[in-house]
Design a protein around this ligand. Structure first.
Ligand SMILES: [Zn+2]
Length: 109
């Protein structure tokens, strides 16, 4: 997922149609290498929110607790992101990628 002025870049496998966030040379579902990218909306709706107090790899927000959220984007794909604050399920949110194609992905209302 790349944070672009027009939206977020996602990757699609032509073998199994799986859509994924992080740029890589193969499909994480089937291993296929025929991939394409497209720009999708950075806006969506929160569908799940989980509070995290302990993490083995450090906090994407720089502090704990932080929240992992699932966002149903306006274009369809569901994106996993982090938030420095709890987000209400059903709330409108905007996604950004701190590092293009790598994340972490942040959600803000
Ligand atoms: Zn695939």
């Amino acid at each position: 997922m790349t944070d672009q002025p027009t939206g977020l870049r996602l990757f699609t496998c032509s073998g199994c149609a799986y859509v994924f966030q992080i740029a890589r040379g193969f499909c994480p579902r089937c291993g296929g290498t025929a991939l394409s990218s497209s720009t999708k909306s950075r806006h969506g709706t929160v569908t799940a929110c989980t509070e995290v107090h302990v993490t083995p790899l450090g906090s994407p927000t720089g502090a704990v607790p932080f929240w992992i959220v699932l966002v149903q984007t306006d274009d369809g794909p569901v994106i996993m992101a982090s938030s420095a604050q709890p987000l209400q399920i059903g709330a409108a949110t905007t996604l950004t990628a701190r590092t293009p194609d790598r994340g972490p992905y942040m959600a803000e209302t």
